[in-house]
Design a protein around this ligand. Structure first.
Ligand code: XIL
Length: 382
């Protein structure tokens, strides 16, 4: 299936109106029978959809001065050819983040035994589509095999474990080429989620064994393994001003003054409909003022189900707010949604009762949120 939005919109509208005519004729012909026979429409069929006709979100993002508009993806859904026909369209998605394939449990399940099958499946697709890779992630407290956490490694042993993991993993994916920008624009989320919400360092095997020095150990190892990758620290609840953002800014300053390589900060941006922070731009500017770039790395905006027209309208406003904030600060390099369709979003399984967090619905139909993104990328008001 192609992805010419203009064409598919026209077809869809035509189909809907011919259905309407058919129903009207039938109802007119057999009013009593048909009135009873017409099924109550499913709630979803009455919900508003997106209406923008554009050549692609990535095309618009680049026209607005960003490097990409992209999406996370995951290996199981790559078997869905309808899904991949959309994902492969670099007019829409100029950048891909593997959602799980590069995590520690997927890549080094046993000490010094590396498996790159899933990662390679995603990066092969990225390469053949001419997209940009954001690699995710090297050191994180989750999805960590038990051998890392339960061996009571000493500080020097754990340092070696980190360095070996990074040199093999980042070495394997070193400088994945992409046709648009060359090697330099690929990024690694080197350290993921190092802070608690109060701005203190998160207690995990890395921090508990090495203190915050695990962060510079990881960044140094990543620079050595892939000198051309932009090195990022990625976290959530740092998108707005507050203790956690301040802690991240202080970490950036410390790393810079210690000459540890740090190029960028990932703002995960897992938001809730109606609760998008109001201090995004101010906070983004504070990071930019430190001389680091940043990116919106995992954007989704979830709601308590069921979807309603009001929630979808608010979600459109919320996507508009986030994308506009990135456009207002030039150090914001790009925007990645944490998968682009509700069908494969991580939200329903992680936050029971919530969902519908992405700009496309389960059937790959654009939602009002899609229009919010388009309007923001085009610099229009809503
Ligand atoms: C999520 C994946 O999307 C899920 O499939 C997995 O079960 C759990 O992790 N922050 C991150 C991402 O940095 O790696 C997480 O991805 C979502 C939260």
């Amino acid at each position: 299936m192609g992805f010419k939005l203009g064409e598919s919109k026209k077809k869809k509208k035509k189909k809907k109106s011919s259905q309407a005519v058919t129903l009207a004729v039938l109802v007119g012909a057999f009013p009593a029978i048909q009135a009873a026979a017409i099924p109550t429409p499913a709630a979803s069929s009455t919900l508003p959809t997106g209406t923008s006709v554009v050549s692609g979100l990535n095309v618009l993002a680049k026209a607005a001065g960003k490097l990409y508009f992209g999406s996370a993806t995951d290996n199981p859904e790559l078997n869905d050819t309808t899904y991949t026909s959309y994902l492969d369209n670099s007019n829409h998605f100029g950048q891909i983040t593997p959602g799980n394939a590069l995590k520690w449990d997927a890549t080094e399940p046993e000490p010094n035994t590396f498996t790159f099958t899933e990662g390679d499946q995603v990066t092969d697709l990225v390469k053949s589509n001419g997209q940009i890779l954001r690699a995710h992630n090297l050191v994180w407290h989750e999805q960590l095999p038990s051998w890392v956490t339960s061996n009571n490694y000493s500080a020097s042993q754990l340092t070696e474990v980190i360095q070996n993991h990074i040199s093999n993993l980042a070495g394997h994916y070193k400088g994945q080429p992409n046709t648009d920008f060359g090697f330099r624009q690929d990024a690694w989320d080197v350290v993921n989620e190092p802070f608690n919400d109060d701005g203190s360092f998160r207690s995990d095997v890395f921090y508990d064994t090495l203190g915050s020095s695990y962060i510079s150990i990881a960044l140094d190892a990543a620079r050595e393994a892939d000198p051309n990758a932009k090195l990022y620290i990625n976290d959530y609840n740092i998108e707005y001003t507050g203790a956690k953002a301040t802690a991240m800014q202080n970490l950036v300053k410390t790393l810079q003054s210690d000459s540890v390589p740090i190029d960028g900060i990932g703002m995960e941006s897992h938001f809730i409909v109606g609760e998008v922070p109001t201090t995004l731009v101010e906070n983004f500017q504070a990071f930019a003022d430190l001389g680091v770039e940043f990116a919106i790395t995992e954007l989704d905006i979830r709601m308590t189900l069921p979807e309603t027209a009001d929630l979808l309208e608010q979600q459109k406003q919320d996507y508009y707010t986030v994308v506009s904030a990135c456009l207002q600060v030039s150090a914001c390099k790009g925007i990645t949604v944490w998968d682009w369709t509700d069908k494969y979003s991580w939200i329903p399984s992680t936050f029971p009762g919530q969902g519908a967090a992405t700009p496309f619905d389960d059937n790959y139909e654009e939602k009002p949120a899609f229009d919010g993104i388009v309007a923001a990328l085009q610099g229009q008001s809503l």
